[in-house]
Write a protein that binds this ligand. Structure first.
Ligand code: GLY
Length: 468
């Protein structure tokens, strides 16, 4: 089929690669000429992802059978609505349904109205006095979230990004104009994870759980970013996430989609739940209305040699064959190479030399992001995330080591988090959760499914058991 893919980052390169493998004809609408997508595309055009008219006109002219939308900015600009207007069905929700991501107020109120209570306590503020009242109402640490889109970079956490309630109030006040207000949320303790699912009229089809590394610096220090890397575990759970908790998270996604339907909003696309696994189970922190970046790269890396073209067409048109939703029982690690100074003051214009065949020979995939081609194997960095390297293996840490060895084949000036998914990092997360559940417990080694390279393919049995 002819599929319009909106977006030119590493996530879209990963989606495009799986679609290309399924023999889809790719029509790429993106701001940058992504070197990876340029190679795969039947046609491509430089279009801003928010240019709903330009994108829908081009989709019509190219006779696209359906469309897949990567970035949230396109959803927020109503690109899915414009495409539906020219009879191109879209794997990506309408502007109204995408409010689950684009308006934190809409999302919280939807959940509240529909009795979905597995969320932290929150207060919405739109004026200086409401901000002052809101912070007075928290006797424990809180989190400040701009109500609108901030590419994951606007969230400030007490004890990490600011200390006193007054500092939190001062930070919040800058979002009273323009960003549509601010949400204050009680801070919950635990390990964050992302649970994505394909959603269409016929149901909710979960993908493997993933953990994302949001902070720029090693040891989860520094500023929030769009995501510096991520990992998934071969049984589609996570070291700190038992099957019961993942099922609970998927159930929250299902109930939320049902709530949208009850309120007259059809949702066709990917729904991403950002959860905190606490001592008593998962709490929903936020929704995204699209594949996560980098989490979508983990999912695409694991997608079976099935037909992603048919799967995403099914999402766009309302009916998915569940047999198409199959992910391999392998662990994955994704690490982003970003420009020096990212995210606060990224230095654009530097060059990277990437020996792609040498990296692929290690079993690691290269997904190009915010870069421009500067000759064979050379690329110029922009201000955003440059290249994602995705490794897979039996154990998580092994997949991470593969990515680390691939770095020898990238020359140039970049930042990367070497600590992502190392044995010691995974142990720290596992211990963190164990101590939350049982503070007096002695430390214990990582579970078999995380540590052993030669363990059985899955600790849970076959894929159908895991995927449900
Ligand atoms: N990795 C977080 C996001 O996609 O927003």
């Amino acid at each position: 089929m002819r599929v319009l893919l909106v977006g030119g980052g590493s996530r879209e390169h990963a989606i495009g690669s799986v679609l290309h493998r399924a023999e889809a004809k790719l029509l790429v609408a993106s701001k940058n000429a992504n070197p990876g997508l340029e190679k795969l595309a039947t046609a491509s055009r430089r279009l801003d992802p928010t240019d709903a008219v330009g994108i829908s006109n081009w989709a019509k002219a190219e006779r696209a059978d359906y469309a897949v939308i990567g970035p949230e900015a396109a959803l927020s600009a109503g690109v899915a609505d414009a495409l539906e207007g020219v009879q191109v069905p879209c794997a990506g929700p309408t502007k109204a349904a995408a409010q689950v991501e684009t308006s934190k107020r809409f999302c919280r109120e939807l959940l509240q109205r529909n009795g979905i209570t597995e969320t932290p306590r929150f207060v919405f503020a739109q004026s200086q006095s409401q901000v002052d009242d809101a912070v007075k109402g928290f006797s424990t640490p809180f989190v400040v979230k701009p109500a609108g889109l901030t590419a994951g970079k606007g969230v400030w956490v007490q004890g990490v990004d600011f200390e006193t309630a007054e500092d939190g109030a001062k930070y919040a006040k800058q979002f009273l104009t323009g960003a549509g207000g601010v949400v204050f949320e009680e801070k919950v303790e635990g390990e964050e994870f992302s649970q994505m699912a394909f959603v269409t009229d016929s149901g909710v089809y979960p993908m493997p759980a993933v953990q994302d590394y949001k902070r720029a610096g090693e040891g989860d220090t520094g500023a929030n970013t769009g995501g510096m890397g991520s990992y998934s575990q071969r049984d589609h759970l996570l070291p700190f996430l038992p099957n019961s908790a993942r099922e609970k998270a998927v159930d929250i996604l299902r109930r939320s989609v049902a709530a949208l339907r009850r309120e007259g909003l059809r949702y066709r696309g990917v729904l991403y739940g950002g959860f905190m696994q606490t001592a008593v189970g998962p709490t929903l922190l936020e929704f995204n209305a699209r594949f996560g970046d980098p989490e979508g790269i983990n999912a695409m890396t694991l997608y079976e040699d099935g037909d992603m073209d048919e799967l995403l067409f099914g999402v766009a048109t309302g009916r998915v064959d569940p047999n198409l939703v199959q992910f391999r029982l392998r662990s994955t690690v994704v690490k982003y190479l970003v420009p020096p100074g990212y995210p606060g003051s990224p230095k654009a214009g530097g060059q990277l030399q990437v020996d792609e065949p040498a990296i692929e020979a290690l079993g690691v995939h290269v997904y190009f992001g915010s870069v421009d081609t500067a000759g064979p194997g050379r690329m110029t960095l922009s201000t955003s995330r440059s290249i994602a390297l995705a490794g897979e293996a039996s154990a998580i840490w092994e997949a991470g080591e593969r990515v680390e060895s691939a770095l020898a084949h990238v020359k140039g000036d970049y930042q990367v988090r070497h600590d992502i998914a190392t044995k010691s990092d995974l142990s720290k997360r596992w211990e963190h959760m164990r101590k939350l559940i049982a503070p007096q417990a002695k430390s214990s080694p990582l579970p078999l499914s995380v540590a052993a390279a030669d363990a059985p393919a899955s600790s849970l049995g076959d894929a159908s058991q895991v995927i449900g």
